[in-house]
Structures are given as C-alpha cells and as structure tokens.
Design a protein around this ligand. Structure first.
Ligand code: GDP
Length: 330
C-alpha cells in the first residue's frame, strides 16, 4: 500500500463516524445530492444538512452562496456538480503555509512548543503523539512538565517519556510552573535538543489566575529563548463539537488580549500573539468532525494535527487533501 493510501485509510477510519453522518448516511450529503438535478429546494436541503453536520453557520453560508450563484450562472446543474464543488472549495480553505509547524530560525535551537487546553481533552496523549512524530523524524526532544497542579500529571508524562526515549524536566508538585519552564529551557539549551515541548496544567479560559500563569510561562520562555515559544498549541476534544470551537475562540482571545502580559513591561513589549495552532484530538470518536471546517472559518487558527486514536502513532499532520478525500471517499 502506498504511503498516501495508508495515511488516507487511517484518516478515513478516524473520520468514519463523521463520514457516516455528514456524507454517507441516509441524511448525508451524498445521499441527498447524487442523481438529483440542482434546484433551489435542493440547495436549501443541503444548507440544513451542512449545519447539522457541525460545519458551522458561517462556512455553510459561504458554500451555499457560492453554489447558488453558480447555479444561477448555469455552471452547476446537478448534485454531482455540487459534490465536486464542495470538495474543491473545502480543500482550498487551508493554505500550506498555515499548517506547517513554526520552527526556530535556521541554526538556532530549540523550537519551543507550548501546549495548553482544558482538562481531559487529550493534552498528555497529544504531547506523546507530538514526541513520537518528532522522534520518528530523528529529532531530539525534551519535555517540560509544567503541570505542577494535578497529582499524577508529571508521572503520566514521565511514563510516555520513558516509552519514547525522551527526558522530562520536572519540578515540585504544587511548585511554580514558570520555574519549571525556566529549568526546562536551560536544560534544552544545555543539551542542544531540537525541540522542547512544555506541558501546562489544564485550565478553562475563565480561570484568570491560571491564564495569567500561562502568560508568565510565555514571558519566562521568551526571555531565555528569544522568539519562543514558537508554537502555542491548544488541544481540543473533537467530540465536544461547537464547545471546542468556543474554547478555541476564548483561549485565543485571552492569550492575545494581553490578559497574560507581564504588567512590568510597556504594552507593546508584551503584545501576545495568541494561539498559533490547534491539535484536534479524538477525531476518531466523533461524528462531529465537521468542526475542523468551522474552526478554520470562525477562528482562522489552523488545525495542525489531528488525533485519530489513543496510541502515540495515532496522529496525522492535518492535510486538507487527505481530510476532504477521506470525508468524501466511497
Ligand atoms: P488530558 O487530561 O487533557 O491530559 O487528557 P489525556 O491525554 O489524559 O486523555 C484523556 C483521554 O482521552 C484518555 O483516555 C486518552 O486515551 C483519550 N484520548 C486522547 N487522545 C485521543 C484520540 O485522539 N482518540 C481517542 N479515541 N482517544 C483519545
């Protein structure tokens, strides 16, 4: 089996439930469109099904407007035409530059990835997946266990670290997470590793002190490694559908609003870039995979990785071609 085919079948398996509901099932898009002549009634039915499929109101509106205009112009005349149109439009939503991991400049190490998210979304598992991916590319990785809050969090990370051959820098339970981040940066620089991944305590965007703590971690990291963290990834649980979308919006707003800023610095110096990417976990366990589309359209934050299972190998860089083909494949 070719490389693309094997990835496709993995993503396809991960998207099975989404495909069943959004595309294949009795209420799916294919069932609606195939063999039908295009008319206004069909366009309205399609609109309802896209919204039900968690694609989101904004994206649905844009797609439907395009289809209606092309229908009036006579360029789309059948359900098959609409299906092809949807695939093309969806694939074009994610430019390649958006999806690449942001790296430290050439000849400078390490690239620092700060990982955040609400408790239970799959943050620790997703970090292990990132480690496994990077190790698979023969990169050296160090983990910083900045979740000093939850009992067992450090141990969980250490277990993954041992399995994947990655050292973990940790601090005292209940200690200052920013101090762990400091030590982790120092260790990463001393060892000359390619990547430093920082795990942080699960938090809700409404928890002000925890959100400020995240800001403090970013400030400490930036002081030691200029330009870092290069990535601030939010892990989202795809099974939570529209809730995941709200988390993305709120985390991004809180990070970028300077709510996290170091108040001892002038405003400009502490201007925060917000989230740089999303790791969408548990895509295999949900029929709400349409959320990938809504996240892009509403927040413009790129989904960079998708989790399609519980083991470290169950991860894929998000690729629109594969995603759309897997979603619409027969
Ligand atoms: P954390 O509290 O955010 O660190 O979450 P964990 O990493 O401990 O994950 C919570 C649960 O979700 C665990 O049972 C994981 O095995 C599971 N999980 C994480 N990612 C995925 C995924 O992509 N697919 C599936 N099916 N389960 C996942």
């Amino acid at each position: 089996m070719g490389f693309f085919k094997s990835i496709l079948s993995k993503v396809k398996a991960g998207l099975e439930r989404t495909r069943e509901v959004l595309v294949e099932g009795s209420l799916g898009i294919k069932n609606l469109l195939l063999g039908r002549r295009l008319d206004e009634a069909l366009i309205q039915e399609l609109e309802a099904r896209l919204i039900q499929g968690d694609v989101g109101v904004k994206t649905t509106q844009r797609l439907i407007d395009g289809i209606r205009a092309a229908f009036k112009a006579g360029t789309l005349t059948s359900g098959e035409d609409v299906l092809a149109y949807l695939k093309t439009e969806l694939k074009a939503m994610w430019p390649p530059a958006d999806r690449a991991l942001r790296l430290a400049p050439a000849n400078s190490k390490p690239t620092v990835i700060l990982v955040t998210g609400v408790n239970g979304v799959g943050k620790t598992t997703s970090i292990s997946k990132l480690c496994a991916t990077l190790r698979g590319q023969r990169k050296t990785v160090l983990l910083g266990a900045c979740d000093t809050f939850r009992a067992g969090a450090v141990r969980q990370l250490e277990i993954w670290g041992e399995r994947l051959g990655v050292e973990v820098v940790k601090g005292q339970q209940g200690g200052d997470p920013a101090a762990v981040a400091y030590d982790a940066c120092a260790a990463a620089l001393a060892r000359g590793v390619d990547f430093l991944i920082l795990d942080t305590a699960g938090r809700l965007h409404t928890q002000d002190p925890l959100m400020r703590q995240l800001g403090k971690i970013r400030t400490v990291v930036a002081k030691q490694i200029p330009g870092a963290p290069h990535e601030t990834l939010l892990v989202l649980d795809a099974t939570s559908g529209q809730n995941a979308l709200r988390q993305a919006e709120e985390f991004d707003k809180a990070l970028a609003a300077g709510q996290l800023a170091d108040t001892t610095k002038p405003a400009d110096a502490t201007k925060s870039p917000g989230l740089t990417g999303i790791f969408l976990a548990k895509l295999d366990g949900t029929a709400k995979g349409g959320i990938v589309i809504a996240i892009k359209d509403v927040t413009n934050i790129p989904v960079k990785f998708i989790g399609v299972g519980e083991s470290p190998e169950d991860v894929q860089p998000f690729d629109p071609e594969t995603f759309v083909e897997a979603l619409f494949a027969i």
